[in-house]
Design a protein around this ligand. Sequence first.
Ligand SMILES: [Fe+2]
Length: 416
Amino acid sequence: MFKKPHGNESAYIKCREKTKKELLKEIEELRQIINDLEKLQNKSQNVNEETERYLDPPEESVTTCTLEPTNINEQLLQEITGSQKAEDSLREIIRSYEEIGSVIPDAFIVADDEGRIVFWNKAAEKMYGYSSDEALGNYLLTVLIPTEYHTAVKEGFAKFKKTGKCPIVGKTLNFISEKKGKFKFPVEMSLSSIKVNERWYSMAIIRDISERKSAEERIIKSNQKLEEMVDNTVNALVKIIKLKDSYTSGHQKRVSKLTVAIARELDLSKREVKLIKIAALVHDIGKTSIPAEILSKPDKLAEIEFSLIRTHSQTGYDILKDINFPWAVEEIILQHHERIDGSGYPRGLTGDEILIEAKIIAVADVVEAMSSHRPYRPARGIKKALKEISQNKGILYDPKVVDTCLKLFRKKKFKF
Ligand SMILES: [Fe+2]
């Protein structure tokens, strides 16, 4: 079994060999003593006393045996043989560790079931700033674990000692480690366990991920900046649309509210919800190119005027494509008047050819438009709007989107 080594592993093994040689010598001495004692026919008490004297000081697993005067030699020999086998396997394993540890670029650390370090490779020396001599025999807690994690690690080792298992064994996890000088740094650790000579040992491969983390932070910051720019651009577009046509601006805001609610109800990802919100907020931007007189004309529109209005999704696409949004906002806007039976415009797309975001905006657009007042007509009301999408569910509108929209109004009391 491992004891706290004083120096490197080979010195430790040599120290153990010397102990066993001494023990074998002692066995011979004991044999002679027993013979003498038998001759004197004074077996029991005196032999026990002598045995204890000769086995002092206690030495690891040998100390656990209870010696009977009649078979002391056999028991001791069995203990020594068992210990020899265990130590041979242990030595073999440590030799393997040295081979593995010398070729891998990561810190390779082995600790016993008390958390004492019994193996520490060159990469660990470099990473943590402690030499093997400094690290071996010390506790992981004092060498590489920051104080705030000590309680959790102690609890983990208490479980590990009994079973070789604890919540982090067999897993790869990221945490903050500590090197010489109390300098903290992020690491990725893979932990596994091995049983040697009836004791559990933990083996950790630890990688310094400081560079990776700072690269990730740079990406996060740059994404945040990009999102900020997108939001600012969208806000600027919303303002421009409002200046040109306040009805369209209000319509887009309400459509955006309903599309976000439908998207969330459909379990779309956070990113998809954000995308659909942006697209809905500017989905009618193409209408800025249509004369206000046509948009707010109280009379029935002429066919040519309808044709002009129908160009707004293509115009919206043309305006936005040059902004180079990080997402396909312009494609959603291009498709928001498509219908699943192919009767929509501008391309007459059908079914799965239409993006889910565009299908959601299509339903929200119709419901909002019909339920709201317009300069050229009074509001038709939410009931008629919901009837329209119900009647055309699976024909013009995506059935799932329609069902979700109806659920929001009828069960979840959605209001614009
Ligand atoms: Fe539209």
